[in-house]
Design a protein around this ligand. Structure first.
Ligand code: ATP
Ligand code: MG
Length: 278
C-alpha cells in the first residue's frame, strides 16, 4: 500500500545517501523490475549513476526492459559504455534490438564492438529484419529437442537450457535440417512417461508465422490461437525464433496508439474548426 511504498522509498533514499550498498540492494531488489523502473525514472542522473555501481549488468537489464524504449536513450548515455554493453548482452536479444532501434547508429556500433561476440552476433542477426515484422520482434532464445529423444532426455536438456530461454513452456522439435516438425508443452512433458519418445507425444501440426509477417498479423494469431508463444520460420520451415505473448502485448499497444494517431490526424484534416475537445 501507499504507506509501505513511502517507507521503502525512504529506506532506499537513506541507503543511497549513506552509501549503504547492502541495504540498498536488499530494498531495491525486493521490488519487481517494473517498480524499480518507476524509481529510476524519478531519480536524477547522478543518483542513477551511483546505483549502476551497486547493481550487476543483469540486474540493470531487468530494470531497463521496463523503461519506455522511446525514453530510454539518456539511461544508456549516462552509463559507462562498457557497463552499458554488458547490460545489453544480458537483455533478451529482441529487447536489445528494440532499444538499438531508438539509439543512433554510431552508438549502436560502438556497443556491439565492446560486447562479447556471442551476444553481439545474436543482436546483429535480429537487426537485419525489417521493422514491424515477425523477425524484428522475435527472440532466438528458444528450446529445441529432436523427435528421437526420450522424454527423460528432453527434460534433462530443457533443464540446462532453461536459465537462458525466453520461455520454457513450449519446447520445439526440429529435424536434422533444423526444420520445425513439432511442439510439446511443459505440461505434456511432465505428464508423460520418462521412456516415451518425443515423437509419440509432440504435436505435429505446428502453427507458425513466417519471418517477414507483419507484426499486427502475428498479434492477431497469438490472440486467436491462445498460445503463449509462436514459432517463427523462414520459407523452408527452418525455426528462426519465437515470439512470446508479452512481446505481443507491446505490439498491440504500439499498433493501437499508431491507429489512434492516424485517427486524430484524419479528424484534424476533416474538421479544422472542430474544437469540441478544446
Ligand atoms: P494449459 O492447461 O496451461 O493450457 P497446455 O499444455 O494445454 O497447458 P497450451 O498453451 O494450452 O498448453 O497449449 C496447448 C497445446 O498446444 C499443447 O499441447 C502444446 O504442445 C500445443 N502448442 C503449443 N504451441 C503450438 C503451436 N505453435 N502450434 C500448435 N500447437 C502448439
Ligand atoms: Mg491448454
Amino acid at each position: 500500500d501507499d504507506h509501505e511504498r513511502k517507507e521503502v522509498w525512504a529506506n532506499i533514499k537513506d541507503a543511497l545517501f549513506n552509501e549503504y550498498i547492502d541495504q540498498f540492494r536488499a530494498e531495491f531488489l525486493e521490488m519487481h523490475p517494473y517498480d524499480q523502473a518507476r524509481i529510476f525514472e524519478d531519480l536524477d542522473a547522478d543518483v542513477r549513476m551511483q546505483i549502476y555501481t551497486y547493481l550487476s549488468p543483469e540486474e540493470v537489464a531487468d530494470v531497463m526492459e521496463h523503461i519506455d524504449y522511446e525514453e530510454i536513450e539518456p539511461f544508456f548515455s549516462e552509463m559507462d559504455p562498457r557497463f552499458a554493453a554488458q547490460v545489453f548482452a544480458e537483455m533478451s536479444a529482441d529487447d536489445a534490438v528494440d532499444i538499438f532501434n531508438e539509439l543512433d547508429k554510431d552508438k549502436v556500433a560502438s556497443f556491439l564492438t565492446i560486447m562479447d561476440d556471442e551476444a553481439a552476433d545474436e543482436i546483429k542477426d535480429l537487426l537485419h529484419y525489417e521493422e514491424k515484422t515477425a523477425g524484428s520482434i522475435m527472440t532466438t532464445e528458444f528450446v529445441v529437442v529432436r523427435a528421437g529423444m526420450t522424454i527423460k532426455e528432453a527434460m534433462v536438456h530443457l533443464r540446462t537450457e532453461a536459465p537462458d530461454a525466453e520461455t520454457i513452456y513450449y519446447t520445439y522439435v526440429i529435424d536434422e535440417d533444423k526444420r520445425l516438425v513439432g511442439v510439446i508443452s511443459l505440461r505434456d512433458l511432465i505428464i508423460s512417461e520418462e521412456d516415451w519418445l518425443i515423437s509419440d507425444v509432440m504435436n505435429e501440426r505446428v502453427v507458425s508465422v513466417s519471418v517477414g509477417e507483419d507484426q499486427e498479423e502475428v498479434a492477431r494469431m497469438v490472440r486467436d490461437y491462445d498460445f503463449l508463444a509462436l514459432p517463427v520460420v523462414d520459407f523452408q520451415d527452418h525455426l528462426l525464433g519465437i515470439i512470446t505473448v508479452d512481446d505481443i502485448m507491446d505490439v498491440m499497444e504500439e499498433e493501437a496508439s499508431d491507429d489512434y494517431s492516424k485517427l486524430a490526424a484524419i479528424s484534424d484534416v476533416d474538421s479544422p474548426d472542430d474544437n469540441a475537445f478544446a
